[in-house]
Design a protein around this ligand. Structure first.
Ligand code: HEC
Ligand code: HEC
Length: 206
């Protein structure tokens, strides 16, 4: 039912867009180019410090770009990886600041329509097994199907880059990144070893 309503909504937006004219589409294409210079083609990031954003839900992307806009999420500096600005440094707060609400909606829809290409990473099978148990006991309820479920609007954990997730856990634990209210006690209740196990588990999912 939930996904049926979503489909209707998306097609309504698509019809709206086709009347918006070519300028908007061109603007969005230009913006995507900027995003791709760090996040890779269609959001399939090949860089371990830059999260994969292709195939994540539009709602999650919209909320998080809004959080960067208001700095509710910390903005670590990142080097532009490709293109004419290669090597220049910026951060997601700077990037989000230049986006209008309509840009955000369209970019979110664009990336939500792409495939989440899981990163190929090494992992320790023993830790991954322990991580699965931690996940099932604490996270599966909201990050369903081993953290692969897009419809939960909670990001995608399975196959996301480990260094990015490790840094995210540090931000959450230090209270630096806004957290879903019911996730907070769960995260704060885990031990250091649990996080390492979870990271290996998410890296093990292909
Ligand atoms: C300079 C490189 C760079 C550019 C350009 C860039 N990003 Fe990012 N983006 C990052 C990094 C690094 C992070 C992780 C930051 C953090 O830890 O919060 C990120 C995080 C994100 C996230 C959060 C992902 C998650 O799983 O929570 C979204 C959404 C996002 N970027 C969208 C975009 C969009 C859309 C554009 C283009 C308008 C863009 N980014 C341009 C480097 C970049
Ligand atoms: C009550 C529901 C709930 C529980 C339980 C929960 N989460 Fe979340 N989680 C969310 C939601 C919702 C978001 C998205 C919040 C946002 O957009 O800022 C999220 C976001 C995240 C993110 C950010 C993803 C990204 O791409 O940056 C990570 C990492 C995460 N959760 C890990 C976990 C782990 C690990 C557990 C178990 C130990 C857990 N969560 C338990 C609801 C939950």
């Amino acid at each position: 039912m939930k996904s049926y309503r979503r489909t209707l909504l998306v097609s309504a937006v698509a019809v709206g867009l086709s009347f918006a004219g070519y300028a908007t589409a061109a603007d969005i294409a230009k913006l995507e180019e900027t995003c791709a210079s760090c996040h890779g083609k269609d959001g399939a990031s090949a860089e371990s410090d830059v999260p994969i954003i292709g195939g994540i839900s539009a709602t999650y992307i919209e909320f998080n770009l809004a959080d960067y806009k208001t700095k509710a999420r910390p903005c670590p500096e990142a080097k532009i990886k490709t293109g004419t600005n290669k090597g220049k440094k910026t951060d997601m707060c700077e990037v989000a600041k230049t986006l209008s609400d309509s840009d955000i909606k369209q970019l979110a829809k664009y990336y939500a329509g792409k495939k989440f290409v899981r990163a190929v990473q090494t992992f320790d099978p023993k830790l991954a097994k322990a991580g699965k148990a931690v996940h099932l006991g604490n996270c599966e309820k909201c990050h369903a199907n081993d953290g692969t479920e897009v419809k939960d609007d909670a990001g995608v954990l399975a196959g996301q880059w480990t260094p990015y997730l490790r840094k995210t856990f540090q931000e959450y634990r230090a209270g630096k990144r806004h957290m879903e209210q019911k996730m907070e006690p769960v995260i704060q209740g885990l031990k250091n070893d649990d996080f390492e196990a979870l990271l290996n588990y998410y890296a093990s999912i292909k």
